[in-house]
Design a protein around this ligand. Structure first.
Ligand code: IMP
Length: 179
Protein backbone atom coordinates (compact mmCIF):
# COMPACT_ATOMS: atom_id res chain seq x y z
CA UNK A 1 0.00 0.00 0.00
CA UNK A 2 1.24 3.48 -0.93
CA UNK A 3 0.47 6.59 1.15
CA UNK A 4 1.16 10.25 0.40
CA UNK A 5 2.36 12.75 2.97
CA UNK A 6 2.89 16.31 1.78
CA UNK A 7 5.22 16.08 -1.25
CA UNK A 8 6.40 12.49 -0.64
CA UNK A 9 5.14 8.94 -1.25
CA UNK A 10 5.75 6.03 1.11
CA UNK A 11 5.16 2.28 0.78
CA UNK A 12 4.43 -0.19 3.59
CA UNK A 13 7.53 -1.69 5.20
CA UNK A 14 6.17 -3.32 8.40
CA UNK A 15 2.51 -4.18 8.96
CA UNK A 16 0.53 -3.29 12.08
CA UNK A 17 0.11 -6.99 12.92
CA UNK A 18 3.87 -7.64 12.76
CA UNK A 19 4.56 -4.60 14.93
CA UNK A 20 2.00 -5.77 17.53
CA UNK A 21 3.59 -9.23 17.68
CA UNK A 22 7.14 -7.88 18.16
CA UNK A 23 6.09 -5.32 20.77
CA UNK A 24 4.39 -8.09 22.78
CA UNK A 25 7.58 -10.19 22.60
CA UNK A 26 9.63 -7.21 23.79
CA UNK A 27 7.23 -6.67 26.72
CA UNK A 28 7.63 -10.33 27.72
CA UNK A 29 11.44 -10.05 27.58
CA UNK A 30 11.37 -6.89 29.72
CA UNK A 31 9.15 -8.63 32.28
CA UNK A 32 11.60 -11.53 32.46
CA UNK A 33 14.54 -9.18 33.03
CA UNK A 34 12.97 -6.61 35.37
CA UNK A 35 10.60 -8.58 37.62
CA UNK A 36 10.73 -6.98 41.11
CA UNK A 37 12.75 -3.95 39.95
CA UNK A 38 9.88 -1.58 39.05
CA UNK A 39 11.68 0.05 36.10
CA UNK A 40 11.09 3.67 35.16
CA UNK A 41 10.42 3.95 31.44
CA UNK A 42 11.31 7.23 29.74
CA UNK A 43 9.61 7.72 26.39
CA UNK A 44 11.37 10.01 23.95
CA UNK A 45 8.84 12.41 22.46
CA UNK A 46 7.37 12.99 20.06
CA UNK A 47 7.94 9.85 18.01
CA UNK A 48 7.88 7.20 20.77
CA UNK A 49 4.43 7.96 22.17
CA UNK A 50 2.62 5.20 20.21
CA UNK A 51 5.33 2.59 20.83
CA UNK A 52 5.51 3.59 24.52
CA UNK A 53 1.76 3.13 25.01
CA UNK A 54 1.82 -0.33 23.44
CA UNK A 55 5.06 -1.49 25.08
CA UNK A 56 3.98 -0.42 28.56
CA UNK A 57 0.75 -2.40 28.21
CA UNK A 58 2.76 -5.38 26.94
CA UNK A 59 4.65 -5.24 30.26
CA UNK A 60 1.50 -5.77 32.39
CA UNK A 61 1.21 -6.94 35.11
CA UNK A 62 4.82 -6.07 36.03
CA UNK A 63 4.95 -2.91 38.20
CA UNK A 64 6.55 -0.07 36.19
CA UNK A 65 6.29 3.69 35.79
CA UNK A 66 6.55 5.95 32.77
CA UNK A 67 7.48 9.52 32.04
CA UNK A 68 8.49 11.39 28.89
CA UNK A 69 11.21 13.69 27.69
CA UNK A 70 11.30 15.65 24.47
CA UNK A 71 14.47 15.58 22.41
CA UNK A 72 14.86 16.65 18.84
CA UNK A 73 17.72 16.32 16.39
CA UNK A 74 15.72 16.22 13.18
CA UNK A 75 14.41 18.74 10.66
CA UNK A 76 12.60 17.39 7.58
CA UNK A 77 14.27 14.11 6.59
CA UNK A 78 17.84 14.81 7.77
CA UNK A 79 19.61 14.92 11.14
CA UNK A 80 20.83 18.38 12.19
CA UNK A 81 23.61 17.11 14.48
CA UNK A 82 22.39 19.12 17.48
CA UNK A 83 20.04 18.09 20.27
CA UNK A 84 17.19 20.58 20.68
CA UNK A 85 13.99 21.09 22.69
CA UNK A 86 14.77 19.18 25.85
CA UNK A 87 11.86 18.89 28.23
CA UNK A 88 13.08 17.93 31.71
CA UNK A 89 12.06 14.93 33.78
CA UNK A 90 9.58 14.98 36.65
CA UNK A 91 10.94 11.81 38.35
CA UNK A 92 13.81 11.08 40.73
CA UNK A 93 16.34 9.12 38.63
CA UNK A 94 18.83 8.16 41.33
CA UNK A 95 18.84 4.42 42.02
CA UNK A 96 16.16 3.69 39.39
CA UNK A 97 16.34 1.12 36.63
CA UNK A 98 15.73 3.23 33.51
CA UNK A 99 14.43 1.90 30.21
CA UNK A 100 14.60 4.48 27.42
CA UNK A 101 11.81 4.02 24.88
CA UNK A 102 12.83 5.29 21.46
CA UNK A 103 10.90 5.03 18.21
CA UNK A 104 13.98 4.85 16.00
CA UNK A 105 17.74 4.82 16.44
CA UNK A 106 19.33 6.33 13.36
CA UNK A 107 22.86 7.70 13.92
CA UNK A 108 22.53 7.07 17.69
CA UNK A 109 23.38 10.72 18.43
CA UNK A 110 20.15 11.46 20.33
CA UNK A 111 20.37 8.54 22.76
CA UNK A 112 24.11 8.55 23.30
CA UNK A 113 23.97 12.27 24.15
CA UNK A 114 20.93 11.80 26.38
CA UNK A 115 22.42 8.79 28.19
CA UNK A 116 25.53 10.76 29.11
CA UNK A 117 23.24 13.45 30.58
CA UNK A 118 21.19 10.86 32.53
CA UNK A 119 24.29 9.27 34.08
CA UNK A 120 24.84 12.45 36.13
CA UNK A 121 21.71 11.53 38.12
CA UNK A 122 23.10 8.11 39.19
CA UNK A 123 20.47 5.69 37.94
CA UNK A 124 20.90 2.02 38.95
CA UNK A 125 20.92 1.05 35.25
CA UNK A 126 20.00 2.38 31.82
CA UNK A 127 18.75 0.19 28.97
CA UNK A 128 17.42 1.08 25.55
CA UNK A 129 14.21 -0.33 24.07
CA UNK A 130 13.95 0.75 20.43
CA UNK A 131 11.18 0.00 18.00
CA UNK A 132 13.44 0.47 14.96
CA UNK A 133 17.20 0.54 14.44
CA UNK A 134 19.03 1.55 11.26
CA UNK A 135 22.27 -0.43 11.81
CA UNK A 136 23.94 1.03 8.69
CA UNK A 137 23.42 4.58 9.96
CA UNK A 138 24.69 3.99 13.54
CA UNK A 139 27.58 6.31 14.17
CA UNK A 140 27.70 6.55 17.98
CA UNK A 141 28.47 3.71 20.43
CA UNK A 142 25.18 2.40 21.81
CA UNK A 143 24.22 -0.81 23.57
CA UNK A 144 20.64 -1.43 22.37
CA UNK A 145 19.31 -4.11 24.72
CA UNK A 146 15.84 -4.45 23.17
CA UNK A 147 14.91 -3.79 19.56
CA UNK A 148 11.89 -4.84 17.50
CA UNK A 149 13.25 -4.38 13.97
CA UNK A 150 16.47 -3.56 12.12
CA UNK A 151 15.60 -1.60 8.98
CA UNK A 152 17.52 -0.25 5.96
CA UNK A 153 18.94 3.27 5.99
CA UNK A 154 15.76 4.84 4.56
CA UNK A 155 13.35 7.44 5.89
CA UNK A 156 10.24 5.92 7.51
CA UNK A 157 6.93 7.20 8.89
CA UNK A 158 3.92 5.83 10.75
CA UNK A 159 3.26 4.29 14.19
CA UNK A 160 4.32 7.58 15.82
CA UNK A 161 7.07 8.54 13.36
CA UNK A 162 6.57 11.66 11.29
CA UNK A 163 7.64 13.44 8.17
CA UNK A 164 7.65 17.15 8.93
CA UNK A 165 4.98 16.72 11.62
CA UNK A 166 2.66 14.43 9.66
CA UNK A 167 2.17 10.68 9.27
CA UNK A 168 2.23 9.63 12.92
CA UNK A 169 -1.35 8.31 12.85
CA UNK A 170 -0.77 5.29 10.60
CA UNK A 171 -0.64 1.97 12.42
CA UNK A 172 1.90 0.40 10.03
CA UNK A 173 5.39 1.66 9.18
CA UNK A 174 6.05 3.07 5.71
CA UNK A 175 9.31 3.66 3.88
CA UNK A 176 10.07 6.55 1.51
CA UNK A 177 9.19 5.42 -2.01
CA UNK A 178 10.89 7.09 -4.91
CA UNK A 179 9.54 4.81 -7.65
P1 IMP B 1 19.52 9.80 15.78
O1 IMP B 1 19.87 10.79 16.85
O2 IMP B 1 20.27 10.06 14.52
O3 IMP B 1 19.67 8.37 16.27
O4 IMP B 1 18.01 10.05 15.40
C1 IMP B 1 16.98 9.69 16.26
C2 IMP B 1 15.75 10.54 16.07
O5 IMP B 1 15.65 11.02 14.72
C3 IMP B 1 14.48 9.72 16.28
O6 IMP B 1 14.03 9.87 17.61
C4 IMP B 1 13.52 10.31 15.31
O7 IMP B 1 12.81 11.37 15.90
C5 IMP B 1 14.35 10.87 14.20
N1 IMP B 1 14.42 9.95 13.05
C6 IMP B 1 15.48 9.22 12.64
N2 IMP B 1 15.21 8.51 11.53
C7 IMP B 1 13.92 8.80 11.24
C8 IMP B 1 13.03 8.34 10.21
O8 IMP B 1 13.37 7.53 9.33
N3 IMP B 1 11.76 8.85 10.25
C9 IMP B 1 11.33 9.74 11.19
N4 IMP B 1 12.13 10.19 12.17
C10 IMP B 1 13.41 9.72 12.19
Amino acid sequence: MIIEIKDLRFKELISAATIAEKVKEMGAAIQDDYGGKKPLMIGVLNGAFVFAADLMRACAPMPCEITFTKLSSYKGTESTGTLESVIGLDFEIEGRHIILLEDIVDTGFTLSTYISQLRFFNPASIAIAALLVKPDALNFPLDIKYRCFDIPKAFVVGYGLDYDGEGRQFDSIYQLYEG
